[in-house]
Ligand binder design. Structure first.
Ligand SMILES: [Zn+2]
Length: 216
């Protein structure tokens, strides 16, 4: 079913402004997309600061990356192949957000994994957060790096580069980015204060039961 293109354009612009206001999309970094229909995806243009994005600047592309509709002079984000890889592999995903959240990326630079269950909110809202091997940004290497993780994770960290969060709506994918960065900041403080201990297996099992009760 084709979604209302203008409603979806406004949802993407609204999410981009909200994320930008929190410092999660500095400069031209970061990109958002959403599934418009079974064959079409709406995606942000390359090089445009996302906090000043206008709904009409979004491009419509096919799942193969062909531009179907877009303003003259605008090209899709260079990370489009990574977004399309997600849509091809996850029929349940309606939106994808890629960003460079500073605290989360800092943890990958320091070699600290976010896959350990330490904070209950992260277990509930993010699930396990794997980190990919290093891949050159804006190249097909990124697309290849996420392949082994994205089928069964909603949040993936790209080593030394950024985050990939997906959701059933644009707001959910954006929310996961916000929670990811908040979790990373909390963990950074915990590491500064001492050595954080993981949740017990019993505590994790209870959280996973809660998570399954409201569907992923
Ligand atoms: Zn990036």
């Amino acid at each position: 079913m084709r979604r209302d293109a203008w409603v979806l354009r406004r949802e993407i612009v609204e999410a981009a402004r909200r994320l930008d206001s929190q410092g999660l999309l500095p400069g031209p970094s970061g990109n958002l997309s959403a599934r418009l229909s079974a064959e079409e995806v709406l995606v942000v243009p390359s090089g445009v600061p996302k906090g000043r994005l206008q709904p009409e600047e979004l491009l419509v592309v096919s799942l193969e990356g062909e531009v179907l509709k877009g303003m003259r002079g605008l090209k899709p984000t260079s990370e489009l192949p990574m977004h399309l890889e997600v849509y091809r592999r996850r029929p349940d995903v309606e939106a994808v957000v890629h960003a460079h959240p500073a605290a989360a990326v800092a943890l990958t630079v320091a070699g600290i994994s976010l896959s350990e269950p330490i904070l209950p909110e992260a277990v509930l809202l993010l699930g396990e957060v794997p980190t990919t091997r290093y891949a050159t940004p804006s190249t097909p290497e990124n697309q290849a790096a996420i392949v082994e993780w994205i089928a069964d994770h909603n949040v993936v960290l790209l080593a030394r580069h950024g985050s990939l969060t997906v959701g059933r709506t644009v707001a959910e994918a954006a929310m996961r980015l916000e929670v990811l960065e908040h979790t990373a900041k909390t963990l950074l403080w915990a590491y500064m204060a001492g050595k954080p201990s993981p949740l017990s297996p019993e505590a994790v099992a209870k959280l996973q039961a809660v998570r399954e009760s409201y569907g992923k």
